[in-house]
Every structure is written in structure tokens, then in C-alpha cells.
Design a protein. Structure first.
Ligand code: GRF
Length: 208
């Protein structure tokens, strides 16, 4: 069993999908807390309803990113979190947290990285950019988090065809369905299979 902390800023549908897989015994993990920067996040309601300890920690309450990072580490240590799972978390993870949880922070991005990622590329902005580009496929990327937005080692990807999508809303819907499949499956693999990281590549032991 691994202790995981979920970070979410909004709706929390990925958090919910992961939690449901855990409850069904499909991922050997315990959600030790939900951390949000946003007091209005819907994800908090889900945590309350499921008796998961929740913490609202807005970065702007701290004078520096470093102090913000220290507070996050205090809570993570107190809750005994071993992994951090970002599920629609919009703030930058401070460097001290990235260092302490090296290769144990996971994020999901609603496009096929390294395209359509980076600072400011989140939510509908991603799907709008994909739509405008004329790309015929988009998809989902699960990656480990380093100190740069959306640039950490890629763990898993799933492509979706956009042939039947008439606008960014339809892309968002199709991609979200794929997210709810790929994130729980990939998390299970990360928690149960040994892996190493070489450059930006993740190498699972079973593939060696
Ligand atoms: C998802 O599209 C995810 O890829 C991105 O933010 C969105 C969060 O959605 N990082 P939800 O809050 O999990 O419903």
C-alpha cells in the first residue's frame, strides 16, 4: 500500500476516478489527503463526502514560493504522503517539494506532450489550441513532474481521434474520457512496477 496525496484546483473528476479505482481494490493505495489552492474547488466537496482530510493552501498566503513549499512539505510529512498525484492542479509545485518527491510526483495533461503544453496551457486553452492547429489526433499524457511546466519524463500516453469533433468542447469531452481510463491504470503501474528514469525516458523493469 502506498500513501498518496492528491492535489486538485477544480472539478476533481480525475481525483474521483482514481479514488473509485482505489476503493475497488484496483490500485494499492490510500489517499491520505487532498490539497487544493482554491477554497471553491469542487474536489474539496468530494473529499469531505469521502472523509479524506483536506487542506486549502493558497500560494498567495505566503511571502515566497519557498515558504509555500515548506508548508506543503509540513502537511505532506504529517499525512505521511509517499507520492503526490496532481489532478487538475494549476499552481507550480515549489522546487523543494519537487526535490523531496523526486520522480514521485505525477501529473496528467489533456494533450499529447511535448505539443500543446507549458505555462498557461491548461483547460480549454489546450483544446482550443489543438482545434485551431487542425490536428487530427489529440490525447492524454501522464508524466512525472520536474521543475518545468509539463516537461517531466513521460510515463504513458493515449491518443484520441478528432475526426468526429466539431469544436474544442467535443475534444475536451473525448479527452476527459481517456483521462479517466489512463490515469488510474498508469498510477497503478507506477506504484507496483519498479522503474528508472534516464534523461526524459521512464523505463519500467518489465521492459528491460
Ligand atoms: C484535466 O483535463 C487534466 O488533464 C488537467 O486538468 C483537468 C482537470 O480535470 N490537468 P478534473 O478536475 O480532474 O475534472
Amino acid at each position: 500500500m502506498r500513501n498518496i496525496a492528491i492535489f486538485a484546483s477544480g472539478r476533481g473528476s480525475n481525483f474521483k476516478a482514481i479514488f473509485q479505482h482505489i476503493q475497488r481494490g484496483e490500485i494499492p493505495a490510500t489517499v491520505v489527503c487532498l490539497i487544493s489552492d482554491n477554497p471553491g474547488a469542487k474536489a474539496l466537496d468530494f473529499a469531505v463526502a469521502n472523509r479524506i482530510p483536506q487542506f486549502v493552501i493558497p500560494p498567495k498566503a505566503f511571502a515566497t514560493p519557498r515558504e509555500f513549499g515548506r508548508e506543503l512539505l509540513n502537511v505532506l510529512t504529517r499525512q505521511r504522503a509517499e507520492w503526490i498525484v496532481l489532478a487538475g492542479y494549476l499552481k507550480k509545485i515549489p522546487d523543494e517539494v519537487v526535490r523531496r518527491y523526486r520522480n514521485r510526483i505525477v501529473n496528467i495533461h489533456p494533450a499529447l506532450l511535448p505539443a500543446f503544453g507549458g505555462k498557461g496551457m491548461y483547460g480549454m486553452r489546450v483544446h482550443q489550441a489543438v482545434f485551431n492547429s487542425g490536428a487530427r489526433i489529440s490525447g492524454v499524457t501522464v508524466h512525472l513532474v520536474n521543475s518545468e511546466y509539463d516537461a517531466g519524463p513521460i510515463v504513458a500516453q493515449e491518443a484520441v481521434s478528432l475526426e468526429d469533433c466539431a469544436g474544442p468542447e467535443q475534444i475536451a469531452e473525448k479527452v476527459l474520457e481517456a483521462e479517466h481510463r489512463l490515469y488510474p491504470r498508469t498510477l497503478k503501474k507506477l506504484l507496483t512496477t519498479g522503474f528508472s528514469v534516464m534523461g526524459n525516458r521512464v523505463i519500467f523493469e518489465e521492459n528491460k
